[in-house]
Design a binder for this molecule. Structure first.
Ligand code: ADP
Length: 464
């Protein structure tokens, strides 16, 4: 920022037209013309005409009817235009006896242009000058004399005072114009600077985003490889502990059986975790395909309730089923949807107080059809039927600000009451990806201390 402002204060103002408005200049010249009947023209440094207020005088009109006169006149005008006095005002005589007064316009010691007052006739001159009389053999002396008579007559010192006055007014206009110019330049500079900063930040963000994406990809690859490598030896551990438990390698005493059972249990747990990691990896890479077929919801719910009944019984938790009658089949991959409902129900059992109940529900709902056409014709957008499945418990619940985050991989609500339940933080992220792969959505409704209800929708089968 400082660089930009420093440049500005040193900014060279060399063009009059950059800092004063041509209209304002013309207005000032006009008021002088109205007061003194003196033509005034303002030129920039490079000779561009910025303001011009004049009236063609009779003498000029007459001279221009003569061929020599026209030539002489245009030479004179060119000479006046070319005059660029630096030290102070100069007078330039015309062959008609009239005079042009050329005054420099300077600001802060720098030449910005000049203004020309005239032609006017010096009041001191009494005679028609010889230069006019000998101009053209066809000149009519009487006509020239009477034309000259109506030329404004100005005394030398009056002309000087008028020019001084105009100089002072121009100074003021230039000063305020310069101030406005600096202000607007500063504004432009600060906007440009903010834009530059924003662009820079954007680039940094993009870089960070790219790096994160790359890291995410590496993490997924790493997880997939490690999980895969872990699964093989783990299957052996489970297999051998199974064999030990069945007594193939000899009878086990009670303590040995208990140890082997623990190895087996932990092995199963680890295998479930590794399978989840592999699933997540596949889902992230879009490699997991869902094979959708019509599927009966009532059977699905009953099956999951039955599978989890032993786990629930251990904690004296009952699983209630409240499925509406007459539900259509859903279009789903049976294995994957079972996994979704199983994960949610397992969580609900896990987080339920001992002796409490978990409720599995299903009902028909209408979804607003996704319309690719983004024209906003809401009235025309169709609806499609889906089945909404729900899993409710009366456990600790999930705070509102964490209700979306629980679906992130490895996210666990940070509280001793839930952490004590172990887990990996992967289940819900897999649930979310699987539900979305089916074209449905999943969310949680919860009040802390009162419990949680997870709901997800799966579209009904086409031929339902
Ligand atoms: P995990 O249960 O293995 O930790 P999940 O992805 O299934 O992983 O769940 C993520 C987190 O969401 C859990 O650790 C827990 O904090 C919270 N959570 C999930 N289900 C429930 C529930 N029914 N009641 C309360 N909290 C829950």
């Amino acid at each position: 920022m400082s660089g930009g402002l420093a440049d500005l204060t040193l900014a060279d103002v060399t063009r009059l037209e950059d800092i004063v408005d041509k209209g304002a200049l013309t207005e000032v010249c006009r008021s002088f013309f109205d007061l003194f009947s003196l033509p005034i023209r303002v030129f920039s440094n490079d000779g561009a005409l910025l303001a011009d207020v004049h009236e063609t005088r009779e003498i000029c009109r007459y001279v221009n009817t003569l061929s020599e006169g026209r030539r002489a006149c245009s030479t004179r005008v060119t000479e006046v235009k070319a005059l660029a006095p630096r030290g102070g005002a100069v007078e330039h005589p015309c062959f008609t006896g009239a005079v042009y007064r050329v005054v420099p316009i300077a600001y802060q010691g720098r030449m910005l242009g000049r203004f020309v007052v005239g032609p006017y006739f010096p009041a001191e001159t009494r005679e028609v000058p010889r230069s006019l009389l000998v101009l053209d053999p066809a000149l009519d002396r009487e006509a020239a004399r009477s034309a000259l008579a109506e030329m404004p007559r100005v005394r030398e010192e009056t002309a000087e005072r008028i020019a001084d006055h105009l100089t002072r007014i121009l100074d003021l206009i230039i000063f305020s114009g310069h101030r406005a110019f600096l202000t607007s330049e500063m504004h432009v500079a600060s906007v440009r600077e903010s834009f530059r900063e924003l662009t820079e930040k954007n680039e940094q963000l993009q870089e960070a985003f790219d790096k994160l994406q790359e890291l995410d990809r590496l993490k997924s690859n790493f997880l997939a490889t490690v999980s895969h490598e872990l699964r093989t030896p783990l299957t052996s551990i489970i297999g051998y502990s199974d064999m030990l438990a069945t007594g193939i390698a000899g009878e086990l005493n009670e303590e040995q059986a208990e140890f082997v059972e623990t190895i087996r249990g932990k092995g199963d747990h680890l295998l479930a975790l590794i399978s989840s990691l592999l699933d997540l990896g596949k889902l992230e890479q879009g490699k997991l395909r869902v094979k959708r077929e019509p599927m009966n919801v009532e059977l699905l719910v009953a099956e999951v309730a039955k599978t989890l009944a032993p786990l629930a019984q251990k904690r004296d938790v009952s699983i209630r089923v409240e499925v509406d009658g007459g539900l259509p089949d859903i279009s789903a991959d049976a294995v994957r949807i079972r996994q979704v409902l199983y994960n949610l129900t397992e969580n609900a059992v896990k987080f339920s107080p001992d002796g409490d109940a978990v409720t599995l529900g299903a009902r028909l709902v209408e979804l607003e059809a996704d319309d690719d056409d983004d024209m906003g014709f809401v009235l025309m957008a169709g609806t499609r039927s889906a089945v909404e499945l729900s899993v409710s418990d009366r456990g600790p619940g999930i705070p509102t600000d964490e209700q979306e985050r629980v679906f992130d991989a490895f996210y666990q609500v940070d509280g001793s009451s839930t952490r004590e339940h172990g887990g990996t933080g992967l289940g819900l992220s897999i649930v979310k990806r699987l539900v979305e792969a089916h074209g449905g959505s999943v969310w949680v409704e919860s009040v802390v201390g009162e419990g949680a209800t997870f709901r997800f929708t799966i579209p009904e089968a086409d031929d339902a």
